[in-house]
Design a protein around this ligand. Structure first.
Ligand code: 13P
Length: 270
């Protein structure tokens, strides 16, 4: 995955990273990637790992990639502790994120540096986060964008491979269209040179995502819109029918997620 990022970085291109929650969302993502013949990053958060079971989730992702013939990678999204990162490394993840963005900078540096050392033993990619990108349920009013100076210091001190930056996006749906700070992004890129990551991809206008990629974003994360597409379709079906065969009610929801992901794969193609 480190090699993949090197190539993306050189060519100013990006890869889509989507979260999966169950078999159906995983299948939808893989069918979309297969249809477009695109690479994909499959992401799991701590709560999805808790829900699916670590070993089980890894097996699902890896066998799914093989079964559907997709070239893809498994990534830990927002790892909140060294222990979680370590268990994911042992379980066979291709990439891990350690998210110390809510810690004081020095502590974020110290812990990320530890993760980078640990991941080197597995030759695994490490993503970190700097600045405030509102998580689900957190205030979107607060602003703590990443500065180029901090980013440079952080990357030099930790040796991290990829960096999630706060440039105006937030996790979950937006009440108003987000305003991305493109100049800030270019300054950060100029300072650190490494592949940058855009979190909070749901609801960001397509042209903004493309511009962000041209300016150095190499990984675009999308999660909320997938959950939404799945659940809205499922709710509609359950409202409209007495059907209890889940093999009949899940496929339209899976199809809705697949169509969405096809669109997102197009979005990250520049
Ligand atoms: P959204 O849920 O806003 O798409 O953000 C996804 C994400 O950044 C996962 O880390």
């Amino acid at each position: 995955m480190k090699k993949k990022f090197e190539t993306l970085n050189e060519n100013r291109q990006a890869i889509l990273a989507t979260n999966f929650y169950n078999f159906e969302t995983l299948k939808a993502i893989l069918l979309a990637a297969k249809e477009r013949n695109d690479d994909i990053i499959l992401q799991l958060t701590q709560s999805s790992i808790n829900y699916l079971g670590l070993e089980n989730a890894v097996s699902m992702a890896k066998s799914g990639l093989k079964y559907y013939g997709v070239n893809g990678y498994l990534h830990l999204d927002h790892g909140g502790s060294i222990e979680l990162v370590e268990s994911c490394l042992k379980a066979g993840f291709d990439s891990v994120m350690f998210d110390g963005s809510e810690l004081p900078l020095e502590q974020n540096i110290e812990l990320t540096r530890k993760v980078v050392k640990m991941a080197a033993l597995y030759d695994v990619n490490v993503e970190a986060e700097l600045g405030y990108i509102a998580k689900l349920g957190q205030s979107k009013e607060k602003v703590a964008y990443t500065s180029a100076e901090d980013a440079k210091r952080f990357v030099d001190a930790t040796g991290v491979n990829t960096l999630a930056v706060a440039i105006g996006t937030a996790h979950g749906f937006y009440k108003e269209e987000p305003k991305l700070e493109f100049n800030r992004l270019s300054e950060i890129k100029e300072a650190v040179k490494i592949p940058l990551v855009l979190h909070g991809g749901s609801g960001v206008p397509v042209e903004d995502v493309k511009e962000a990629i041209r300016r150095g974003i190499c990984k675009v994360n999308v999660a909320t819109e997938l959950k939404n597409a799945f659940m809205l379709t499922l709710k509609q079906i359950l409202n409209d029918t007495e059907e209890i065969d889940l093999r009949k009610v899940f496929p339209p929801a899976t199809d809705a997620v697949k169509a969405l992901v096809v669109g997102k794969l197009e979005m990250v193609t520049v």
